[in-house]
Design a protein around this ligand. Structure first.
Ligand code: MIC
Ligand code: SF4
Length: 644
């Protein structure tokens, strides 16, 4: 049978289910990655499941999200992560080594393999030909222990690229165009495969930029072929032996084909407050800019950074702009230092930020009130930058650098600057000294647990009857940043009772208190939402903390993939309205009841909720596999796995 690339990789890893069927498939995972903000809980859950060792080919624990270390909490987490990595034979990437996705691409990504990461931008690995997927920490913990990863059998779309990018047009513009075409919702269960003659004109880091922001479309992953460009990249990383060729069979089938001519693209921006609101830079020209941030896992490769430094070379940052540059990895930073690019940036007046997530997750470098901030990152959700009324635009490094000089949106093609065509180096600097590799006596390591590190919380078994209270009604496209803010609150990731005090902080600050009071009065709390609930990150705290607050169900018009899986993993029922019009009949404070709650969920029957205020009967769908139903009725995956 003729196979596309996704089918080739998935069929080699398929252990349960069938690819064509549309049902659930169980996949063997070759590699895992975690980052500190989700990793602490992932390893605590790994320990709580009684797992003794990792069963993957490779598992890496990165520390990149919270390296701000105000107070003891982050440092305690780092020490816990280092010790637990040593105990279970996980590679530990020390803070300062770089952003997980960039570093993984450089040092570990391998064509044809599966990678599961506790971060939604794990699909960056698709740039090197991996089926790389984001998931909640608990799913990653299970995969580390040798368990399968379950996801829907995908619909595979081919994105057929033709032509070549013109000067000043970059990989970011390709993916922003894709966001315009596919939008940020309605793509659950889709995997994108890039192909066509345009692919060979894109370097591995450019492909990685494109795969990275597939997360913003809600697709499960995006995969590129592995070709001579991939081989050259791996050779330059001293890893040619990791290369295998990967291409679709001639005549392979796809659920949809999207044609994109790279030569037709122009510089674009995603406008506030969604990565899906796309405009041409030429339409925004002249708008004053207050801040420019260059970096993040989307655009912080060697080529991105060298291009920016050459644009800035011999020029000065506009006095009204604050420019921060965060190279994606220590490798990139070291190369920049050797090439003199760091001096060029410093001379220009740029501020060099740590090789970490930093500004992207809003834990520092927040812009001033009402600022216009141009960023090369991937998310511009409201308040994510740490400044609630800031206007964040997502752009390419080229557009960002030129705006830092002019102080306003400028079409870089008209800026009168010669385009710096940077080539990938023939050899990167392969210095792995910031990784701590497992050693033979590792199993004896004592695990360090600072006072901020609590037990992973468990849910109780699903109640027989639902006696629910609607705690909040929210609209469409609610992101996990709305549900569970990161930024300044990140340091409480290992302390669920504390972190739970900030659920919906920027939407409705009274939510946690109301929930705890209602829970104490014996009610089952309910969240009601519109379309595409749970967009964005993989943070399982957006399920775990509501669970702690007594939330038993989220009733929505539709859900995004990772968040729906996380709800289930923590024993919260993700219900969809059979008739979306029922949404408008529910108000905050309504009592919703269901007499056969557990039985309906266990048998996969429709769930009928009765609104005690209006008397209306609301039919909900809880479309789950038998495996998922068992997890839900046990009160979550931890209970299900440990038989509690
Ligand atoms: C993000 O970009 O939102 C994050 C922070 O990397 C998250 C993970 C987290 O919340 O820890 C993600 O993308 O999954
Ligand atoms: Fe880090 Fe931002 Fe990438 Fe998330 S999107 S992994 S916070 S750089």
């Amino acid at each position: 049978m003729k196979q596309n690339i996704v089918e080739k990789i998935l069929s080699a890893h398929l252990r349960e289910g069938t690819l064509g069927g549309g049902g659930e498939i169980g996949l063997r995972i070759d590699q895992t990655l975690t980052q500190d903000a989700t990793g602490t809980m992932a390893y605590l859950q790994f320990e709580a499941m009684g797992l003794k060792e990792i069963k993957t080919d490779l598992s890496v624990s990165y520390v990149d999200h919270n390296t701000v270390q105000v107070g003891f909490e982050n440092s305690d987490d780092h020490k816990y992560l280092q010790s637990v990595a040593a105990k279970y034979s996980v590679i530990y990437s020390r803070p300062g080594n770089g952003i997980c996705h960039q570093v993984h691409l450089e040092r570990f990504g391998k064509p044809g393999t599966t990678l599961l990461g506790s971060d939604s931008h794990t699909p960056t690995g698709g740039g090197i030909g991996q089926v790389a997927m984001g998931a909640g920490g608990l799913d990653v913990a299970v995969a580390m222990g040798g368990g399968l990863f379950y996801t829907a059998a995908p619909k595979v779309y081919l994105v057929r690229l033709a032509g070549e990018l013109g000067p000043w047009v970059s990989a970011k513009d390709v993916v922003l165009k894709m966001l315009e075409l596919l939008t940020t919702k309605g793509n659950v269960g889709v995997m994108l495969e890039y192909g066509g003659p345009g692919v060979k004109k894109l370097s591995v880091p450019q492909r990685a930029t494109i795969a990275n922001m597939g997360a913003e479309m809600g697709v499960t992953t995006s995969v590129f072929p592995s070709d001579s460009v991939t081989r050259k990249f791996l050779k330059a990383q001293g890893r040619e032996a990791d290369w295998t060729g990967l291409k679709a069979d001639r005549g392979a089938k796809y659920a949809r084909v999207i044609d994109l001519d790279l030569s037709s693209l122009e510089p674009l921006a995603a406008c506030p407050h969604s990565p899906g609101i796309i405009k041409k830079i030429s339409e925004l020209e002249g708008k004053p800019v207050d801040q420019v941030c260059i970096g993040s896992c989307t655009n912080s490769s060697y080529k991105d950074m060298m291009t920016v430094s050459l644009i800035m070379k011999g020029r000065k940052v506009n006095p009204d702009v604050s420019l921060g540059v965060a190279p994606g990895s220590r490798q990139v930073l070291q190369l920049m230092a050797r090439k003199g690019a760091l001096s060029d940036l410093l001379d220009s007046g740029a501020r060099i930020l740590e090789s970490a997530c930093g500004f992207c997750i809003g834990n520092h470098f927040s812009p001033k009130s009402g600022a216009v901030s141009l960023r090369t990152s991937n998310r511009n959700f409201e308040a994510r930058s740490g400044t609630a009324d800031a206007q964040i635009y997502l752009v390419s490094p080229e557009v960002a650098a030129v705006a830092a000089l002019t102080g306003k949106f400028t079409d870089p093609r008209k800026a009168g600057i010669e385009y710096p065509a940077v080539k990938e180096p023939a050899s990167f600097l392969a210095d792995d000294s910031m990784f701590i590799k497992p050693s033979p006596g590792g199993a004896m390591t004592a695990v360090s647990r600072g006072p901020n590190i609590g037990e992973p919380p468990r849910n109780e078994k699903m109640p027989e009857k639902l006696s629910g209270a609607v705690m909040i009604v929210v609209g469409d496209k609610i992101t996990t940043d709305h549900i569970m803010p990161a930024g300044a609150r990140l340091k409480y990731r290992s302390n669920v009772p504390k972190y739970a005090q900030f659920v919906f902080e920027n939407v409705d600050g009274g939510f946690p208190k109301r929930c705890l009071e209602s829970k104490a009065a014996g009610a089952h709390n309910i969240i009601v939402a519109g379309e595409s609930y749970g967009q964005g990150s993989s943070r399982e705290h957006a399920a775990m903390c509501p669970m702690y607050l007594g939330v038993k169900a989220v009733v929505a018009k539709s859900f995004e993939r990772i968040h729906a899986a996380n709800l289930l993993n923590f024993g919260i029922a993700p219900l969809t309205f059979k008739n979306p019009a029922d949404y408008s009949g529910i108000q905050s404070g309504d009592k919703l009841t269901c007499a056969d709650w557990r039985a309906a969920a266990a048998e996969g029957k429709p769930v009928l909720l009765k609104n005690e205020r209006t008397g209306a009967s609301i039919e909900c769908v809880c479309a789950l596999s038998a495996r998922q139903r068992a997890i839900l009725t046990s009160g979550g995956l931890l209970n299900h796995t440990t038989g509690k």
